[in-house]
Ligand binder design. Sequence first.
Ligand code: SF4
Length: 277
Amino acid sequence: MSDNSSIEWTEATWNPVTGCTKVSPGCAHCYAETFAERFRGVPGHAYERGFDLQLRSERLTQPLEWKRPRLIFVNSMSDLFHPDVPMNFIESVFDTMARADWHTFQVLTKRSERLAELAPRLPWPSNVWMGVSVENQRWTSRVDDLRRVPAAVRFLSCEPLLGPLTLDLTDIHWVIAGGESGHSARPMKPQWARDIRDQCVKARVPFFFKQWGAHDEDGHRVGKKLAGRRLDGKLHHGLPVVSRITVAGRSAGNQAHRAAQTHPALFSRPFHALSRK
Ligand code: SF4
């Protein structure tokens, strides 16, 4: 586990699995792959085997050792629902998340079909937020798969946003959108982001605009920092409000509010990153 994560929206990352394979266009410039492959062949380094998928059993119980409540991004360096991650390993990850109920865990996947298939066999404690990445219309079926999952918070990460999206936001609690950053970043058209914002307003779903990415709203390559994160002059940093959510016929509790109370510093500052998948 990495404490004080450099990812601004979270406090720590926990990687019981590392390595992955590409599954859709959003993976083209996967930051995790770029990072891991830098160390391939370096003896003794955690990424000696680069981005090859590895189960890290020795890390399975790490969050239990963290006494201060944290917001934890699960598998920032992989995808928990990758087909090469066995069910019993996924169950162990969920077992730790259920036991470490003073933390809040955010799990994000592009393997939504497998997620939906396995979800009935997994516990869904209210401190687990489940999300899918949706980069263009071709992959909106992931939202339908996510809807079948009884997580307290179901969220979409529309990043890197690669095309216009028409979304069914029924039973979705949070949407994040953002453009791509990095050397080969593909530009995001402003109207794509505006359309998602407007759909969220209409559906009363909190909307978070994470970043323009490497290109500004005029399509000029200026770098992520200069491009900023204002959409039509405004910051959008909506967060899920769980108190009014019902999951499978019961109240899902007040996890988002609890997270805001236990992580006040995090929730009071602007987010700059969410999906790395
Ligand atoms: S972007 Fe996510 S799903 Fe795609 S290769 Fe990277 S870690 Fe895997």
